[in-house]
Design a protein around this ligand. Structure first.
Ligand code: BES
Ligand code: MN
Ligand code: ZN
Length: 471
């Protein structure tokens, strides 16, 4: 429970948010402060004024401190000090405008995340409240509700991404989605293996074929916009564990492949926050849920498979499974729903990691306006993306002798582009589509864990996009 209030309460703790002032002589008499605290970005200094504990939190040079910097600084601060800060009786000071304050407060609450969330979250059980003069009492209610929804969404996505493989089964995730959707008034529908076969979801079923777990081709529908509202289609890669299948991965870093549902985590997080806030938009989210396992039943390199749209795919590498599940996800969505915008998001290729490392996702799109809009949302939330081409030059790479397409290229380069080109064959002519390859950014170094863990990447970007361009 989060409460932001502008009504004065008993203050026992102050968060002082300060920009770095260079060349300006301080008028205050806290000259000692300059020596110990320079207000560099993410710098923290603790002092006390009478009986009040005072945390000075730096955001760096004012001109460079974009709004997301306030979120980042607050997130790091509350992560580092979450065992020390008191959840009630806190005042936030500093000359913050509405946006800076909202971002700061969001970071403050997000930074309290610990994994596992259910076991280690005193703030959320007891409630976390802050007082500020930066916003009016009326605004503060709306901001509290917004931050709570953002946290609920982002924590849900992160929590599932962080779960160990044996706690991340198809049935556990399905059960969770079903019950959350009921609470949030989101339609839930799921096809198991037999139903997926009947529907003709051949590419998805092929990946699930070697698994001991049931398949769950899941469709979540949120109708907040009514018949006049815009509709956005999302497909999130939801491979719960990617062993590579028969084209098995080396064992050294294989445990990271529990993160192969990073696209789905982004979709779940954004969808839940949007539904909790009852935003006036329609969303159809497709999550083809399965793992990619090794067994005597697993699909084999050389298999020829018929996808949902009737096209055939020659499987040359069973580790290129994400594009198989997304192919059916995309064409199922396109054929059965009318959407204004279609976006898929996936931890799809090692190639995207090699290209952009951990700081940026690769994206592809067939629509110039959509490109601009996505870049704007990615920039503002600092969940950055960089555009790569979909030129026809790559079409040759997915030609097969025995099928319409092959699932990998024969050349050892540009796989994130080849994968995008492959997916383009399954959008059924949708004129406004984008594919986000977030393999490098969904799971990585974070402030709340020693090991690599969920970053929450994509959630705020997707929400921002919906708020700005779909409403
Ligand atoms: N899930 C992986 C991609 C990935 C790699 C995600 C690193 C996160 C971090 C994907 O299914 C995969 O295995 N891709 C292969 C494709 C190859 C066989 C053509 C890859 O990128 O190596
Ligand atoms: Mn794979
Ligand atoms: Zn994968």
């Amino acid at each position: 429970m989060i409460k932001i209030s502008s009504k004065k309460i008993k203050i026992v703790q102050l968060f002082f948010v300060l920009p770095r002032r260079t060349g300006v002589k301080r008028k205050d008499n806290l000259n000692w402060r300059k020596k110990f605290f320079e207000a560099k970005r993410n710098e923290v200094f603790i002092t006390s004024v009478n009986d009040t504990v005072c945390f000075l939190i730096g955001v760096g040079k004012k001109e460079q401190a974009k709004d997301f910097v306030y979120q980042q600084a607050a997130n790091k601060f509350s992560c580092d000090f979450k065992d020390k800060i008191i959840p009630t009786g806190t005042e936030v000071l500093g000359n913050l405008n509405d946006n800076q304050f909202s971002q700061f407060a969001l970071g403050l609450f997000l930074g309290t995340y610990k994994y596992p969330f259910e076991k280690a979250h005193p703030f959320w059980k007891r409630g976390f409240s802050i007082f500020t003069k930066s916003v009016s009492e009326k605004q503060s209610k709306a901001i509290s509700a917004r931050i709570e929804a953002f946290c609920n969404g982002q924590f849900a996505g992160m929590e599932w991404l962080n779960k160990p493989a044996n706690f991340k089964t198809v049935s556990l995730l399905s059960k969770y989605l079903k019950s959350e959707c009921k609470k949030l008034n989101i339609g839930y529908k799921s096809f198991n293996k037999a139903e997926s076969i009947r529907k003709g979801l051949g590419a998805f079923v092929a990946v699930n074929q070697g698994s001991s777990q049931e398949a769950a081709f899941t469709i979540l529908e949120y109708n907040g916009g009514g018949p006049k509202g815009k509709t956005i289609g999302w497909v999130g890669k939801c491979v719960l564990f990617d062993t590579g299948g028969i084209s098995i991965k080396p064992s050294e870093n294989m445990h990271y492949m529990k993160s192969d549902m990073g696209g789905a985590a982004a979709v779940i997080g954004a969808l839940f926050a949007i539904a909790e806030l009852k935003m006036p938009v329609n969303i159809v989210a497709v999550l083809p849920i399965t793992d990619n396992a090794v067994s005597e039943k697993a699909y084999l390199p050389s298999d020829v498979i018929t996808a949902y749209n009737g096209k055939t795919i020659e499987v040359l590498n069973t580790d290129a499974e994400g594009r198989m599940t997304l192919a059916d996800g995309l064409s199922y969505l396109s054929k059965n729903y009318k959407t204004d915008v279609l976006i898929d998001i996936a931890t799809l290729t090692g190639s995207a990691v090699r290209m952009f490392g951990y700081s940026c996702g690769a994206y592809f799109s067939n629509n110039e306006e959509l490109k601009e809009q996505l870049e704007q949302s990615a920039g503002i939330t600092h969940q950055r993306i960089w555009n790569l081409p979909l030129w026809d030059d790559w079409q040759d790479e997915i030609k097969s002798d025995v099928a319409d397409y092959r699932n990998i290229s024969s050349k050892p380069f540009g796989d994130c582009i080849v994968a995008a080109k492959f997916l383009e064959q399954f959008i059924e002519g949708h004129a406004c589509w984008a594919h986000l390859d977030i393999a490098g950014v969904a799971f990585g170094n974070v402030n709340y864990a020693k090991e690599k863990a969920a970053t929450g990447y994509g959630i705020q970007m997707l929400i921002d996009f919906v708020e700005k361009f779909m409403i």
